[in-house]
Write a new protein. Structure first.
Length: 555
């Protein structure tokens, strides 16, 4: 049995993988346990790694460093692919206020971190760890560590950075929830009244895509083509069905309008005020349920790679009379299809047409979900290669004596964001199913957290020598609470945000799923999720960049 003793105690490749497996398995299992209804999730992997290391368990350093870097690259790249579509969508005008408030929260955290740095004896690396833990942002920790390594040529000791993060993290989770409860008490929020107010605000603000039947009252349009209406209405609209010369058809832009026409128009809600003025009043006719109609509607998933590199308007097969695209759902966002849109794998299109038309649409779009279940790994690894190249580019920044790099955290993230938006135009389809993306992401972050834990626990006892650990906790709570309370107060008092939106903003700007779960439990509706999703992508990027900038300018 000596071989078992050797396998479990002597550092080797197999021994290292066994220890990593144990750390990750125990950590993931504990991550499912809730304390007062809150779970720390995958962060338990870090704590278990610290415990193993503190107990004197040693792993092969080269293997540990490789798994740490590989896990980091895998995590940030798949994270970029996930948040990319939402990131670009979050930059629109409707989400601007929420994102400005989230950016303010990030900025306040950076300012407070710098104040502690200049008024204490702790290094900027330790303060970056405290800040990342206080705002529960693991990618920020990774960015700080890789930037420190880049600046010091790989000789930087990141163990205290990890310890500072680990000490501050649990209090960061509970601090976010405490801030929500403080604001709830401060504004004397009544959940029932807030729900009623939210419903009213939703009706006023919402600009979702809807459909209406409009009768042609404007006699000046008779004899004109539908394309002339499209030219007048700058916002993309779709005429999905049309009662024309006594029958229901799917019109084309060349269809000539006639007296008595009724148009079923799909457009953003706010566009219909202009459409009523241009076309006419709402009709009582319902073209969707007409028994004499041979038109049907169906949802199709884009799985044909061949059509994902061209504008809709440039695909000749789509310019026919038997079907019309009425809605496009992409990454949870509903759009009105138009000729300038470039389809992406996984897009869902609502199609209206004849049975023959829908059969033709199937051939064009693919609509074979099984194709998407098997991820195409080649574009993913091409993207990772590009990310590593971008992350390794030396940049000369004034006041910094050595060239710096955005590193393993910044390069893959930046490339993933760009490829998620523009990859199809370069014939790089980076689509993965949500479950596949989540699997790769969780695997990457587990490797990273296990690595930093196994490499840092030996100094755990020293973290509380001379009260250092308690100072980290105190500073972390300040970094957690002050930005949340200031921004939450501004959102509620100045910008008149509903309290449910404020909670979603606070959770999203802290990139903290447990806080979102708590907000959803209080709200009893999905409003916090919507705001969380709006600010999460931009906040995640700002957190990573902010941690890097602290190291670059003050290390």
């Amino acid at each position: 049995m000596d071989w078992i003793t050797t396998l479990l105690t002597q550092p080797s490749f197999a021994n290292t993988l066994i220890l990593f497996g144990l750390v990750i398995a125990i950590g993931i299992s504990l991550g499912k346990v809730k304390f007062f209804g809150i779970s720390l999730g995958v962060t338990w992997v870090l704590f278990i790694g610290l415990a193993f290391s503190f107990a004197g368990i040693v792993v092969e350093n080269e293997i540990r460093e490789f798994l740490k870097d590989f896990g980091l690259v895998l995590f940030v790249y798949t994270l970029g692919l996930q948040v990319g579509p939402g990131f670009f969508a979050s930059l629109n005008r409707n989400a601007l206020t929420n994102n400005v408030l989230a950016a303010l929260m990030v900025s306040l955290g950076l300012v407070i971190t710098l104040l502690f740095y200049f008024t204490t004896t702790y290094s900027i690396g330790e303060m970056s760890g405290v800040m990342s833990g206080a705002v529960t942002n693991t990618p920020g920790l990774a960015a700080a560590q890789t930037t420190l390594s880049n600046i010091h040529g790989g000789t930087a000791d990141n163990s205290t950075v990890t310890l500072a993060y680990a000490v501050a993290y649990p209090f960061g989770v509970f601090g976010i929830i405490a801030a929500m409860l403080v604001l709830k008490k401060l504004f004397k929020v009544n959940i029932e009244k807030e729900t009623e107010l939210q419903n009213k605000l939703q009706q006023l603000r919402e600009n979702r895509v809807i459909s209406k039947h409009l009768q042609l009252d404007n006699q000046q349009l008779i004899g004109k083509t539908l394309s002339q209406i499209f030219e007048i209405i700058k916002t993309p609209i779709v005429v999905s069905r049309m009662f024309h010369h006594g029958e229901i058809i799917t019109p084309t832009p060349k269809t000539v309008l006639a007296n008595g026409d009724v148009l079923l128009i799909v457009a953003p809600k706010t566009t219909f005020e202009q459409l009523h003025l241009l076309i006419g009043a709402e009709s009582s006719m319902n073209l969707k349920t007409a028994i004499d109609s041979n038109l049907i509607s169906q949802h199709f998933v884009v799985t044909n790679k061949a059509i994902t590199h061209h504008r809709l308007g440039d695909i000749a097969e789509l310019h026919q009379h038997d079907f019309t695209f009425t809605r496009l759902n992409r990454a949870g966002t509903q759009l009105v299809p138009n000729g300038n849109i470039i389809l992406q794998l996984g897009d869902t299109l609502k199609v209206v047409g004849t049975a023959e038309g829908l059969e033709q649409a199937t051939k064009i779009l693919g609509n074979s979900v099984k194709r998407l279940e098997v991820p195409d790994l080649a574009p993913i690894f091409i993207g990772i290669v590009l990310g590593l190249i971008v992350g390794s580019i030396p940049l000369q920044i004034p006041s910094i004596p050595v060239p710096v790099k955005i590193g393993l955290a910044g390069g893959p993230l930046l490339v993933a964001l760009l490829l998620s938006r523009f990859g199809n135009q370069m014939y790089l389809n980076n689509y993965t199913t949500h479950s596949a993306n989540l699997m790769l992401r969780e695997l990457g972050i587990s490797f990273f957290l296990a690595s930093v834990g196994l490499g840092s626990g030996a100094q755990l006892a020293t973290a509380f020598t001379g009260s250092t650990g308690f100072y980290w906790i105190g500073m972390g709570l300040v970094i957690t609470l002050i930005p949340l309370l200031i921004t939450g107060w501004l959102a509620k008092k100045v910008f008149k945000k509903n309290f449910f939106e404020v909670m979603g903003l606070m959770a999203g700007a802290s990139t903290d799923p447990p806080a979102l779960a708590f907000a959803l439990k209080i709200a009893g509706n999905d409003t916090p999720s919507a705001t969380y999703a709006t600010v999460y992508p931009l906040t995640m990027i700002l957190r990573i960049i902010g941690a890097q900038l602290l190291i670059l300018f003050f290390s």
